[in-house]
Design a protein. Structure first.
Length: 576
């Protein structure tokens, strides 16, 4: 007999099931497809509580340059203004495009203190390549400044971000409005576009084209912004995202840094992972934007028109500028260190972004199912994790990890078995090794199923330094639905013993826990949860060898941060 407790939106729903071995319980009542995106209506009311009718942004930069304009210029018309019913959808949800964007990781790509600390460490570790390293990284983290510097035949560095110059201010604006909306369709989706090699048109003055799915009525946008609005549906294409989210670096040999290795390393490949998934296929593929910029309900007036003379029509299919992901840890750190990071979003915008991010993690990232069975003194707990995303999970920067925490407690509260317990410092307790293999069956507490990458240098030594990485020694991150375990593309293939695990397939993995219950009495409480970290403590410790102002600043913020991992999914069961 199995007593299953589902946890859905914080409400425990208890159901008594009479099952034989092999029955199961899940953390969600959803019976739909294993991969999907859906509207955010279930958390709409909670998010609306954070956004008051007088929400405003005052600190966005209004710097302009030959090719770009800061987000403050766009906010004049594309933010909610008192007395206007614009930027509000049919349900009443507020779509303040610049406010929503301002609290995203896109807007704060050049303010992210962990990114700045890691970049400074890479420069310190490889001083002879410092210029090339910061140029590579800033291309996607401070793209407007880098692009203008290149076209002016000058340079832009990490130090220039804090100078208060026009380029510094544009750099701090991160992945900003006119950066994405000025990208040409020319080379998107090709190898030539990856690693930030998107193309920007060379026109100057009001003839500069700015792309979007709609063309405004009249010339108000051109007169207000200095750009010519042009219809460009490529702005809604995943290939546009792929220009930065397929990133190739070249390995540096730490022992012979001046000798080229010619080793190309796939630092992150979310776009290629998506191409290999079911999400990119069929008559109606689900794009990156469809999940990370979900479409508003009904129609929306896109301009506040407070100056008069602008468009008042309402449009369908408008994308919310949430850029929601999974990095609640960093959004919280940015919010809690406003002065040190120089963020411009206010607390209400960050609160809404953090809530959306946690909603994204708990409802749209993964699902857990477990079907425990006890025969005599052996409790067997098969746990199945279903990846709901259109790419590997975790994806992006290769330090991120997710893992299973499985705990068995007997009838009087004694812990019979526990694998993957997180400590107060955020590290996994009692790991058998710093580099864990992929498991199909787990019998010991020190064995932990961690979905991650492990980077190796040119001599196949594990490394935490990105610029020393030549290949992956392990990559068992959860595959998206439709992606084969036998994928041969070296940029996205499975690496390590997961490649031979027949339970590790496109869209899911099953891990079986075998627990000896001798000396304990039932019923046994079994809890399984999938945990996630965007900044693991081991990678913070890897900064210890270097001393930079960016590392010092980040360490101070990290010391005060809540280091508990994010819970993505969980299931609790009682077994007699």
């Amino acid at each position: 007999m199995l007593f299953v407790q589902w946890k859905v939106w914080g409400v425990a729903i208890a159901t008594l099931l009479l099952v034989s071995c092999g029955g199961g319980g899940s953390d969600t009542a959803d019976s739909g497809p294993t991969g999907f995106c859906e509207r955010e209506t279930s958390v709409l009311s909670a998010i609306l509580e954070f956004l008051s009718p007088t929400f405003t942004l005052t600190a966005l930069t209004s710097e302009t340059s030959t090719h770009f304009a800061g987000s403050g210029n766009c906010a004049r018309c594309h933010s909610i203004a008192d007395g206007s019913n614009a930027l509000i959808d049919t349900t009443g949800e507020r779509l303040d495009l610049t406010a929503d964007w301002s609290a995203s990781m896109m807007a704060n790509s050049a303010r992210d203190p962990y990114y700045l600390a890691v970049l400074s460490a890479e420069m310190e570790a490889n001083p002879s390549h410092a210029g090339a390293i910061q140029g590579k990284c800033l291309t996607c983290h401070a793209p407007m400044a880098i692009y203008e510097a290149k076209h002016a035949n000058t340079t832009f560095s990490l130090a220039d971000l804090d100078t208060g110059t026009p380029l510094g201010n544009l750099g701090k604006d991160g992945v900003s409005c006119t950066l994405c909306h000025r990208i040409e369709a020319t080379n998107l989706g090709t190898d030539a576009s990856y690693s930030g090699n998107f193309e920007i048109s060379t026109e100057t003055g009001p003839s500069r084209q700015i792309y979007g799915p709609y063309v405004p009525q009249g010339n108000n946008m051109q007169s207000q912004s200095g750009f010519t609005p042009t219809r460009g549906t490529h702005i809604q294409d995943s290939a546009l995202c792929g220009s930065c989210h397929n990133l190739i670096t070249e390995a540096i040999d730490p022992e012979s840094p001046m000798v080229p290795t010619n080793k190309k390393f796939p630092e992150q490949m979310p776009y290629k992972e998506w191409l290999a998934s079911d999400f990119s296929k069929g008559a109606s593929p689900q794009s990156c934007q469809s999940c990370h910029m979900p479409v508003a309900t009904g129609t929306v007036q896109l301009s506040n028109n407070m100056g008069g003379g602008g468009p008042t029509r309402r449009l369908a299919g408008v994308s919310k500028h949430h850029f929601v992901g999974g990095n609640a840890f960093m959004l919280t750190m940015l919010k809690e260190n406003r002065a040190a990071t120089g963020v411009v979003a206010d607390d209400s915008a960050f609160d809404a972004a953090i809530k959306r991010t946690r909603d994204n993690l708990t409802r749209k990232t993964a699902r857990l199912e477990a079907s425990p069975c006890r025969v005599e003194n052996t409790l067997t707990v098969p746990v199945t994790i279903t990846n709901l995303t259109g790419h590997k999970f975790p994806t992006g920067y290769p330090n991120r990890r997710a893992w299973l925490h499985v705990k068995v407690v007997d009838s009087v509260g004694r812990v019979v078995f526990e694998s993957g317990k997180p400590g107060v410092d955020g590290e996994i307790v009692d790991l058998a090794s710093d580099t864990m293999p992929h498991y199909d069956t787990i019998t010991l507490p020190a064995q932990v199923q961690i979905y991650e990458t492990v980077m190796g240098d040119v001599r196949d030594n594990p490394t935490r330094r990105l610029m020393h990485a030549a290949r992956y020694l392990k990559d068992n991150r959860l595959l998206p639905a439709g992606m084969s375990r036998a994928e041969t593309d070296t940029d996205i293939r499975v690496v390590g013993n997961a490649a031979t695990d027949t339970n590790f397939i496109g869209g899911s993995d099953k891990v079986t826990y075998s627990v000896n219950t001798t000396g304990y009495s039932g019923p046994f409480n079994v809890t399984a949860e999938l945990l996630y970290q965007s900044v693991p403590p081991r990678d913070v410790a890897a900064l210890d060898s270097y001393v930079t102002s960016q590392i010092t600043s980040f360490r101070s913020m990290y010391a005060a941060a809540n280091k508990a991992p994010e819970r993505v999914a969980s299931v609790t069961l009682n077994v007699l």
